[in-house]
Design a protein around this ligand. Structure first.
Ligand code: 5GP
Length: 191
């Protein structure tokens, strides 16, 4: 896979750690393009098909995965999520920063294939703080919050893993203050 002159930036982190807010800030920059993932999960209030995600049936998703249309894909909390292949190739060939907001299993697939890029993990200050943020956000029920916290714990452990002797993520940024976190990620991308 050619990565042209552009730069792939992979951002992961538990649900509620702030990675979507970080990505939203980065997306405002003119030299940044971002991946619109495909997912089988239900559309949430305020989300738009084709903008936040491409919302697919499980059958359609699986057909596309079998046809190798995804750069990586993973199952998260019972739903499938995948990165369409061609937008990244195009963006990198044009010298752009290409942003992927994905979970850890997808990141592992990219690392195992040696896909070059900057891999950043956004961590919450603590699991207790994460629970507060998820409760405040109000878009998940109590059972789903518990489930997301269990996933978060596993993701934070996975983020410390080594893949082929190298860390899965180049950097972990702990999000105590959103503006400071955004500035730090910007410094990593544009040193
Ligand atoms: P949510 O349902 O909250 O939008 O996303 C759940 C998780 O799936 C988040 O950690 C998000 O970053 C991740 N995710 C979103 N799109 C993709 C994708 O294309 N591939 C992978 N591996 N994870 C994704």
């Amino acid at each position: 896979m050619s990565t042209g002159q552009g730069k792939l930036v992979v951002i992961s982190g538990p649900s509620g750690a702030g990675k979507t807010s970080v990505c939203r800030a980065l997306k405002r920059r003119p030299d940044v393009e971002f991946s619109v993932s495909a997912t089988t999960r239900q559309l949430r209030a305020g989300e738009r098909d084709g903008v936040d995600y491409h919302f697919l049936t499980r059958e359609d998703f699986q057909r596309r995965a079998a046809a190798n249309q995804f750069l990586e894909w993973a199952s998260y909390n019972g739903n499938l999520y995948g990165t369409p292949r061609w937008p990244m190739d195009q963006a990198l060939a044009r010298g752009r920063v290409f942003l992927l907001e994905i979970e850890v299993a997808g990141t592992r697939q990219l690392r195992e294939r040696g896909v070059p890029g900057l891999y950043v993990f956004i961590a919450p200050p603590s699991l207790a703080e994460l629970r507060c943020r998820l409760e405040k956000r109000g878009s998940n029920g109590a059972a789903e919050i518990d489930q997301r916290l269990r996933i978060a714990e596993a993701e934070m452990a996975a983020a410390r893993e080594l893949v082929a002797g190298a860390p899965l993520y180049d950097v972990t940024v702990t999000n105590r203050d959103l503006d400071a976190t955004i500035r730090e990620v910007e410094r990593l991308i544009w040193p």
